[in-house]
Design a protein around this ligand. Sequence first.
Ligand SMILES: C[S@@+](CC[C@H](N)C(=O)[O-])C[C@H]1O[C@@H](n2cnc3c(N)ncnc32)[C@H](O)[C@@H]1O
Length: 448
Amino acid sequence: MIKTTENIAPGPVAGDDGVTATVESLGYDGRGVAHREGKTVFIEGALPGEQVRFRYANRRKNFDNGGMTEIIAPSPDRVTPPCPHFGVCGGCDLQHLRPQAQLQAKQKILAEQLAHIGKVQAESWLAPITGPLLGYRRRARLGARWVSAKGGMLIGFRERHKSYFANLDTCLVLKPEIAALLPELRALIGGLSCAKRIPQIEVASGDEISALVFRHLVPLTERDADLLRAFGERHRIQIYRQEGGPDSIVALWPDEPEELCYRLPDFNVAIHFRPTNFVQVNGDVNRKMIGRAVELLQLDGDEQVLDLFCGLGNFTLPLARRARRVLGVEADEALIGAARRNAGLNGMENVEYRAADLFREDGPAPWADFAFDRLLLDPPRSGAMAAIRRLAEPLPSRIVYVSCHPATLARDSEYLVHVLGYRLAAAGVMDMFPQTSHVESMALFVRT
Ligand SMILES: C[S@@+](CC[C@H](N)C(=O)[O-])C[C@H]1O[C@@H](n2cnc3c(N)ncnc32)[C@H](O)[C@@H]1O
């Protein structure tokens, strides 16, 4: 993790033409990694294999940071970024790298983390799970800021390494029908009485309909509500307002909106959700990911499966179509309520859900009375160590670990392999967030 507090040398020098370096690899945040004067330097904008000129941004005790000023010898994998906001917007940081090379770089990062942190190697590599390269985001949080010096209302994502907002006219990774609304959305918010008190807009798309949730820090006037309703009606997009926490969302248009829903046709499952619920961002990759997880768990209808960090039941319900019984555990009570409802709507009775904090290690495990022979883990970035430490004999024969952070997957792999005696039978990356340096992966652990 890059620390930002140990400056030991001054930043860029005015008139400095910079220095040259050959970039060796891609860092975990999409920057090129080189070595100079015996130190690692992270160079913004540079790609592996390139010779570049760069200027130091700051120099720290253990590493330096720099910004590329010239490409002396470009990588054959360098491409023209498709988005006009690339380089400013912090949403995507790898658009300048050919998509196939993005995946190769992510697999390399995963292999390195497993080796260095986890002291493990995958026995085999799964083919990367891929999907559309653009227009894939069905869930996003757009920031809104009133900045008089920049002409008023800005909406978009944070700028790269800055606290400013990039003002987006378009966004190529958002669903196109949502991206097309950005200019009008900016004008809409700019025209509200409380334009300066709208910090964010949540975007959520189901298979058929989309929703926008406007967070507002002061009450809306009747005119504000009318303007928002008219926008929703004009674009046939559901509009909600949210004055406080996630439970405070209220529909503005239509009065009684149809529930958002995505389908998993391979399992004859439909998942209903609220616009502020966690859903996997990339619907296409999500479907393939579930198919792969179920396949790796080798279910023939007689197994009992534990699904930890189950959310809305995204894995639980498909697993329950192939197994005898599934127990899903999750901390968020609202998600557990929605998960139970989804089980009912899908007519599934071999599923049980429990709300529990899986980071706690005290007391009996929330699954203590459930005998299971397969385990699915899909934790947040901080990983699943506390839950893994509570696994006891008889241990499940197969574990599928879905990870959004290679470092914690690697840390947890060390425990699974070197303490509990599993083999890391396979690992692979998933292109859940193409054009970004975000690495999603899946690992299969087997114990015989
Ligand atoms: C990566 S999401 C996966 C959700 C679900 N498996 C899916 O595919 O939609 C991680 C989940 O872990 C849950 N979570 C976060 N911290 C937790 C904790 N301490 N204990 C249990 N669940 C937690 C979140 O609420 C979230 O639903």
